[in-house]
Ligand binder design. Structure first.
Ligand SMILES: NC(=O)c1ccc[n+]([C@@H]2O[C@H](COP(=O)([O-])OP(=O)(O)OC[C@H]3O[C@@H](n4cnc5c(N)ncnc54)[C@H](OP(=O)(O)O)[C@@H]3O)[C@@H](O)[C@H]2O)c1
Length: 270
């Protein structure tokens, strides 16, 4: 990260904690990390665990931070921004991870001059393997974009996207860990039905998904080419692939991504 500024976290639920943990692990100076949670005990406990500072009120958090990460549910965010509007400045970077709340909606609650970021992370951020998309509005500078990418790269990978792609990001990354867990569970169920213990089956299934993902990322080979390498003529793998194709795995996944994207689009328009 090029500059070190005070980062305030508003909301220490799953996402807030994942992001805090990522930044601490990445070596962000703990003196510059401030946290607020409406149930103060949660913030106090995290402050003791990570050496960061718990702040008692949203107003104090807003006044003390140059970057504010809002990690509250979408239904809560508008009220939070509205209440803080008098103390938020046009120099601060204001980051929301709330699904379905657009940059335009945030600007309507504050102003067009505020520096606004809309980020879609996912929960593997909890283990430092998140995938986040970052979109921002006009007043944001290149340096501020780099700063925010640095924050989200500290617990996985982050890509700058046009805001219109956020719906696709929800489908392919924000919601997608759930589909991958379904796949892992089903893989393991298959192995259990063949006599493997449950514990061993989850290890085999999860490590295989992890290894296959690393093959795609590290070799940069087309997933289809990697699949071809595993499928020997007349062998076991092509028999299994045919079964998945017969049962529509590919179109089910494509439709799942589109349905999640559409749901997010609808939420943004409410
Ligand atoms: N989880 C995901 O996979 C994921 C992925 C991408 C984006 N997001 C986004 O991340 C945001 C947070 O999600 P999450 O999973 O972290 O939710 P969460 O675990 O339920 O945490 C929500 C946080 O908001 C606080 N909160 C609830 N009601 C509040 C209120 N009325 N005023 C002030 N604070 C309030 C909670 O405080 P208390 O604990 O004290 O109640 C908690 O700190 C959401 O907008 C979601 O769209 C989540």
């Amino acid at each position: 990260m090029s500059t070190v500024r005070k980062i305030g976290f508003y909301g220490m639920g799953n996402m807030g904690q994942a992001m805090l943990k990522g930044l601490v692990k990445a070596g962000y100076p703990v003196d510059d990390l401030l946290i607020y949670n409406r149930h103060g005990a949660v913030a106090e406990e995290l402050a003791a665990e990570y050496g960061v500072t718990a702040i008692q009120t949203p107003e104090d958090l807003a006044k003390a931070s140059q970057v504010i990460l809002f990690a509250v549910k979408p239904a809560i965010l508008p009220g939070v921004l509205q209440a803080l509007a008098p103390v938020l400045t046009k120099e601060q970077s204001l980051i929301s991870v709330a699904a379905g709340i657009s940059l335009g909606q945030m600007a309507d609650l504050l102003s067009q001059e505020h520096k606004l970021f809309r980020v879609m992370p996912n929960t593997p951020a909890l283990v430092g393997e998140g995938m986040s998309a970052v979109a921002h509005n006009e007043p944001v500078t290149l340096e501020e974009v780099q700063e925010v990418l640095g924050i989200f790269n500290s617990f996985g990978k982050a890509e700058l996207v046009e805001e219109k792609l956020i719906d696709a990001v929800v489908g392919v990354a924000g919601s997608a860990p759930a589909y991958v867990y379904l796949f892992i569970e089903a893989l393991a169920d298959g192995a259990v039905s063949e006599g493997m213990s449950r514990e061993m089956a989850y290890e085999f299934a999860a490590q295989t998904v992890l290894g296959s993902a690393q093959m795609v990322l590290k070799t940069k080979a087309h997933p289809g080419a990697l699949k071809d390498q595993v499928t020997s003529p007349g062998g076991t793998t092509i028999a299994a692939v045919k079964e998945l194709e017969d049962r529509g795995l590919r179109s089910a996944v494509i439709n799942a991504v589109k349905v999640a994207a559409q749901k997010n689009r609808e939420m943004s328009q409410q």
